[in-house]
Design a protein around this ligand. Sequence first.
Ligand code: ZN
Length: 137
Amino acid sequence: MQFYTEYLWFSTKKQRDFINITSQVDSALHKSGIQDGMILVSAMHITAGVYVNDAEDGLIQDIEEWLEKLAPYRKDYRHHRTGESNGDAHLKNLLIGHEVIVPVTQGKMDFGPWQQIYYAEFDGQRRKRVLVKVMGE
Ligand code: ZN
């Protein structure tokens, strides 16, 4: 079993953003040379997420609206007693999840036709990163 690790850095201009990272993960897979195995893609933060879904603009807006409905930006979260203001970002992270696993077969990401990997930023405008770990043979 071989392992290859890479870190993707982000510093979004907006507080919230959705970034398609499929090609960056694919490039890590090619650098690894691994033919069969899996890739762990994991946000190294508690206020950002990683998910797999369609790269369709309308859907991305729907996801953002859905997250805002379930975990709205508010001033009165108990978490804000610590002096922070990102309570909603922590809840959004729990809804989206912080990591995904991508299967690798014959040197390629073994995805269905519409599956794309997204980094979802909920508390941006600072440097944050995603771990990409390719495992296999
Ligand atoms: Zn916080």
